[in-house]
Write a protein that binds this ligand. Sequence first.
Ligand code: TGC
Ligand code: FAD
Length: 394
Amino acid sequence: MARFEGIDFYDIDALLSEEERMVRDTIRSWVEDRLMPIIGDAYINRRFPEEIIPELGELGVLGANLPEEYGCAGLNNVAYGLIMQELERGDSGIRSFASVQGALVMYPIFAFGSEEQKREWLPKLATGEKIGCFGLTEPDYGSNPGGMITTARKTDAGWVLNGAKMWITNGSMADVAIVWAQTGEIGDVKGIRGFVVPTDTPGFSARDQKGKLSLLASDTSELVLEDVELPEDAMLPGSTGGLKHPLMCLTQARYGIAWGVVGAAMACFHEALSYAKERVMFGGPIGGKQIQQVRLADMLTGITQGQLLAYRLGRLKDEGKVTPQQVSLAKRANCDMAANVAREARRLLGANGILVEYHSMRHMANLESVYTYEGTHDIHSLILGQALTGISAF
Ligand code: TGC
Ligand code: FAD
């Protein structure tokens, strides 16, 4: 396939700073040169390619929008979004790895952690020397994490955690887990708090989620916590807001997803366009047939709308004006768009579209997870419905 050149029908490039373009082009080249040659093989062998982690650290993509004083790249949110776009152009599982590490592990330590926790963990998470995961979802509490039953009981020595977390990205690879647990009311503080749990603590175990048909190049695991004893300072001291603080982390990750899935859609479109120009059927390239031109026009329209949405969202975030509901709209719309583009690209490719040598079906399968995690499409509909009407329909 031709080297990736990007799709930019509305010249969004002109709206980017030189630094933002440079960051995007650096990650784009890395994905092309280092990730694309190995991703298909990793996918069919159901393996997260751990060998890329040091390179992601060196590239500065882990927690890229967090400050330099903790070893991070200190980039703005548009540059961060462009990184997510380029990583997901390669594979949603690779973007997921970076999203979880940056938005769901480094961000809560940065936003709610003590200075000691920040100094201990952030620099090592930024280089990839340490890997993190985020445990919010439970077997019986997915869309409604507020009902979680994992507990953190206060003892004289610190805390004891018990419970289970389900569908946890990076769970088996992680050195540290951010675990959300019910503490009960402490003073006037609400009952859900975050804990920094080193995964070698006795009583902590992780097991691989078997049988996935999506995100095969990603580690998805179940976490079990059985009498996990932690010191007093394992709690994130700033996580005193009940569900609000884990939801703030989700907003960071959803922001990255809104950009990331545009990259997956761009990859599928690029593949479909090349194929349409080359594949000859009924005496001419299929790209010369009206049906395929409509398909390509629809894909291009969706991608262009998604790019503009992500770009504007990024500028709002950099201005400190973005709302969680605006992030929900972009996560919802762009995941839907990307899933549709991937499916249409796969169809355009005919039988070849089911092969791992092509990329659209891998993206299509991945995007079913991305559509579901970080708040399902339905949940984001209800978040927007509540914002519009003032009535909660959950
Ligand atoms: P609710 O009463 O609405 O809110 C509680 C407090 O939180 C505030 N809030 C938010 N703050 C920041 N960001 C957000 N997105 C927020 N949403 C709500 C809210 O204002 C309130 O504040 P306060 O001051 O009044 O206390 O809470 P609820 O229990 O009714 O829940 C609402 C609901 C359903 C929207 C929420 O539970 C939800 O978003 N559910 C979806 C669960 C979800 O997304 N899980 C994701 C798990 S992590 C994951 O999937 C990682 S995938 C890997 C990868 O990213 O690549
Ligand atoms: P459910 O909540 O059981 O939903 C089932 C169906 O009901 C969905 O269609 C949903 O939209 C619908 N529904 C739910 N509530 C309502 C309602 N009120 N009204 C109408 N319809 C409703 N979680 C983590 O904590 N950390 C991770 O790292 C992580 N990584 C993940 C990786 C993968 C590959 C996947 C697939 C999931 C991951 N998750 C993670 C979990 C993810 O966030 C949840 O799967 C998601 O929040 C949905 O929860 P659920 O699967 O329990 O579905």
